[in-house]
Design a protein around this ligand. Structure first.
Ligand SMILES: *[C@@H]1O[C@H](CO)[C@@H](O)[C@H](O)[C@H]1NC(C)=O
Ligand SMILES: *[C@@H]1O[C@H](CO)[C@@H](O)[C@H](O)[C@H]1NC(C)=O
Ligand SMILES: *[C@@H]1O[C@H](CO)[C@@H](O)[C@H](O)[C@H]1NC(C)=O
Ligand SMILES: *[C@@H]1O[C@H](CO)[C@@H](O)[C@H](O)[C@H]1NC(C)=O
Ligand SMILES: *[C@@H]1O[C@H](CO)[C@@H](O)[C@H](O)[C@H]1NC(C)=O
Ligand SMILES: *[C@@H]1O[C@H](CO)[C@@H](O)[C@H](O)[C@H]1NC(C)=O
Length: 663
């Protein structure tokens, strides 16, 4: 080994052991030992790829050892210089992720940092806090009004905050050729070079940008005098960060060099790896077909681009009116919901009910917050205002046995409701689906008590009476701990608002409808209790309220349990799948309580408070006597002679609105 090289190696060792590394060069990243996290990876071409995913993730790539920026903790900051080549390749020409930041931080683990617009550097709670000690140069490709971003294509100097200290639209003044300013598009998919220089005595930062191959412009894009003494510690990590967006964008670093107290080593441009091209940019090899093909290709791409843009505009359009402004926090943007549900993809459908489809989603700009989005088509403009007011007010309901409504979004002819996601789906699946594990009696009883206390809250414990109107097993959802939670409360109102004044839709589900409702009565607390009674029988018997396939005497669940009861063998109705391991008294209690709640005379039905007392065993269940004519619901529903007046609840107000019903 030549002596000079040996000496140099020794010197480098010495420098490395006492003072750490003070310079490095990466012409491509083949074999580079960087510390990577998140989605960052080194590709087989030698590119440092920070993101290429539509998942909301962030990534960091650090030089593995910290760099000394001050000779002593109290010393002044030394000058430094760095240059790097980057490329941003978005899937669509005009829609991209959030960009790239070149930054210095005290540690490799940035506390609390989140992705999306915070680029993996800050979080809403620490943004702007001087305790961050982060200096960054951002290549920002989305305009975030909350950070006062100037546009969706700018370069900024960030000090402890995403709100840039200085920023300007991306561009450069060529060294040769007029010196006029030329715009650059950061997401063009072309490689560009950035120089970041800091003069420790002047406390001046310069940031310069140029297309790859262009000599470094003599006039920097950004130049700022700023005292960084309070930002830099003695040693800092240097690296890049990026974050992905629902739009597939690949952020690449192609080459990088760094030096303390001197100019960053030049990159060998001819040895830098190439960026992958966008699929649309592929070219035909045959020269004869190239010209017409490229012309038609350009035409096609332009037309496709315009169609895509217009479609996206239409797709993402929503309706906001002045009166909604006060509901700000409850209002979700359609774009966020669109992203969350992967464009309302069929793969994300959780179920479809009477009101429309329900989609699973993950909120963008969040740490994996799962939601369920109910999409309801809604033709009538009339009543929307009142309905939204109710939705917002219902959103204020908080109970551990209710599915939390997070908010809404409105589009033309469509309303979207956003709920907490319930991991175990709806109860009817667990009760009736052959392929799911069966719930044992203790689990069922816990769910029953949960639903009862949720309904009690709606009826009696909130500031206004809320009538649910559609209690049934498929509206009971189970969270990750198998707690029963009532969903869809108040939703039935939608039909009332939409309909013509004189036509009253029968709201609810066949089999759960109280006789007086089926005969044109109004929903009230007692009709909810009736449906709850059917629900009790459903859970205890493991049968649907109406089973067309069953033998005639067993087809209507209430009638069948009634007949078992009148034979003195009510337990015969209990779900055979329960086995023998349960307290028969409790099952009998639930069955008898179910029958009591299903009494045809509304005033005989207990209140939800009483129901809960019976379930808890605080009060013994009264002896039950059936008020059914001929002993069946069926006969009652068929008997036109039945006097509906007799059924109407004394003083039971027929309500103008669920929420305006007084106490
Ligand atoms: C990431 O990019 C490569 C090409 O650069 C592509 O083949 C791959 O499918 C991408 N991954 C995802 C998740 O999009
Ligand atoms: C800044 O961060 C520190 C430490 O995390 C915290 O104690 C302080 O309250 C924060 N200041 C502001 C203004 O948020
Ligand atoms: C550069 O972009 C700005 C908007 O960012 C625009 O106003 C200006 O006209 C553009 N200049 C050129 C030369 O295209
Ligand atoms: C920054 O740019 C200015 C020219 O605009 C130059 O005078 C100064 O020396 C530069 N400073 C650094 C640290 O490169
Ligand atoms: C920078 O600020 C520190 C204290 O925060 C001060 O001691 C130092 O003199 C300042 N340097 C310059 C160049 O203003
Ligand atoms: C730059 O890279 C090319 C190709 O890898 C190589 O042939 C050339 O010698 C390099 N130049 C320098 C100055 O290292």
């Amino acid at each position: 080994m030549p002596l000079r090289v040996l000496l140099w190696c020794l010197l480098l060792r010495l420098a490395a052991s006492s003072d750490g590394v003070d310079h490095f060069v990466f012409n491509g990243f083949h074999g580079a030992e960087l510390r990577l996290d998140g989605t960052a990876t080194i590709t087989s071409e030698g590119l440092l790829r920070l993101t290429n995913t539509t998942k909301l993730l962030m990534s960091h790539a650090f030089f593995p050892t910290p760099i000394r920026f001050r000779s002593s903790p109290a010393g002044s900051i030394s000058s430094f210089s760095s240059t790097f080549v980057f490329g941003i390749v978005p899937e669509f020409a005009d829609l991209s992720g959030h960009g790239i930041a070149f930054f210095m931080s005290p540690s490799e683990d940035i506390p609390g940092a989140i992705g999306s617009q915070y680029l993996g550097l800050f979080s809403p709670s620490n943004n702007g806090n001087s305790s961050n000690h982060i200096f960054a140069v951002e290549l920002d490709t989305i305009q975030n009004p909350e950070f006062a971003d100037i546009n969706a294509n700018h370069v900024g100097i960030d000090i402890n905050s995403m709100r840039s200290y200085r920023s300007l639209p991306a561009g450069y003044r060529p060294r040769h050729g007029g010196g006029g300013f030329r715009n650059l598009t950061l997401i063009s998919g072309h490689r560009m070079q950035v120089w970041v220089e800091f003069d420790g005595t002047q406390m001046q930062v310069n940031v310069t940008l140029a297309p790859l191959g262009e000599p470094k412009p003599s006039i920097p894009l950004l130049s700022a005098i700023t005292n960084l003494s309070d930002v830099f510690f003695e040693s800092m990590y240097v690296g890049f960060s990026s974050s992905s967006d629902p739009f597939l964008t690949s952020h690449y670093i192609v080459g990088w060099s760094f030096k303390m107290n001197g100019e960053a080593p030049a990159l060998n441009l001819s040895s830098l790896p190439l960026l992958p091209t966008r699929p649309a940019a592929k070219q035909s090899k045959n020269l004869a077909t190239w010209v017409p093909a490229s012309l038609s290709a350009i035409l096609l791409i332009t037309v496709a681009g315009i169609v895509l843009l217009v479609r996206r505009r239409i797709q993402l359009s929503e309706v906001i009116e002045d009166w909604e402004l006060e509901y700000g926090p409850s209002r979700f943007s359609y774009k966020d919901l669109f992203m969350a549900t992967k464009g309302f993809s069929d793969k994300e459908v959780l179920g479809a009910g009477g009101f429309g489809k329900v989609y699973r989603g993950v909120l963008p700009k969040s740490e994996n917050v799962e939601i369920a989005v109910k999409r309801i088509s809604h033709d009538s403009r009339q009543g929307v205002k009142e309905f939204v007011a109710e939705i917002v007010s219902i959103g204020r309901l908080r109970h551990r046995n209710l599915v939390q409504l997070r908010g809404y979004c409105r589009r033309k002819g469509e309303l979207l409701l956003v709920y907490d996601f319930m991991a175990n789906g709806s109860l009817d699946k667990l009760l009736f689906d052959q392929n799911t594990p069966k719930l044992d009696w203790n689990q069922r009883f816990r769910i029953i008590k949960g639903v009862a206390s949720g309904l009690l809250y709606l009826h009696e414990e909130w500031e206004q009476v809320v009538v649910h109107r559609d209690i049934k097993a498929s509206n009971v959802l189970l969270d990750d701990e198998l707690n029963g939670r009532l969903g869809d409360f108040g939703l039935a109102r939608l039909y009332d608002h939409g309909g013509a004044p004189q036509t009253t839709h029968v709201v609810g589900t066949m089999g759960y409808l109280a006789p007086e409702l089926a005969k044109g009565g109004k929903a009230n607390k007692a009709t909810d209790v009736f449906a709850f009674g059917v629900f009790l029988l459903e859970v205890a018997c493991g049968r649907r309220p109406i089973d067309a396939q069953a033998a005639e005497e067993e087809a209507v669940l209430v009638d069948w349990v009634l007949s078992c009861w009148s034979r003195g063998a009510i337990l015969e109705a209990a779900d055979s799948k329960l086995g023998d391991v349960y307290a028969t008294e409790v099952v009998e209690l639930v069955l008898r309580l179910g029958l009591l709640c299903c009494d045809p005379v509304p005033t005989v039905r207990p209140s939800m408070r009483q129901v809960l007392q019976f379930l808890e065993g605080d009060v013994p269940l009264p002896e039950f006597t059936s008020n059914y004519l001929n002993g069946t619901v069926m006969s009652l529903l068929q008997n036109e002679a039945w006097d509906t007046n007799m059924l109407s609840c004394p003083g039971g107000s027929t309500t103008a609105s669920v929420l305006s019903e007084g106490r």
